[in-house]
Design a binder for this molecule. Sequence first.
Ligand code: THU
Length: 140
Amino acid sequence: MPITTETIETLIELAKQVSQKAYCPYSQFSVGSAILLSNGEIYSGCNVENISYGLSLCAERNAISHAVTQSEEKIELQMVVVYTPTATPTSPCGACRQVILEFANDNTQILCICDSDQQLKIRIEDLLPHAFNRIETSSS
Ligand code: THU
């Protein structure tokens, strides 16, 4: 089912709002993500940094973890919106691409928005080509 303009506007607004909750004292780079599941549910998340930098959690993975935690069923991503307070869109990091893929379907859309009219709308298969998506050994 196509995603309505109204739903996309809701996701954009939510991603912007939740970016204001980012805990990012080290990078000062606040990120907000809002995701739409195939069942119509919407979840959001911001980035949460840590003094041990590698423990920092990106907004997209936070939103997805939130959905896994709260949703009653196995989650499937219909759309992932990522907002950064920048002049050009920022696309998800490699770790987030792999986690998005885990819950993606063939039509999952990723929409990266910023403070200008520029946006990037892209499919996960184009963000993460030749992805690692199964465990297979020579004996399996
Ligand atoms: N960040 C995200 O939340 N999502 C991304 O896809 C890229 C990076 C966060 C992680 C870190 O808190 C800050 O942005 C700077 O890298």
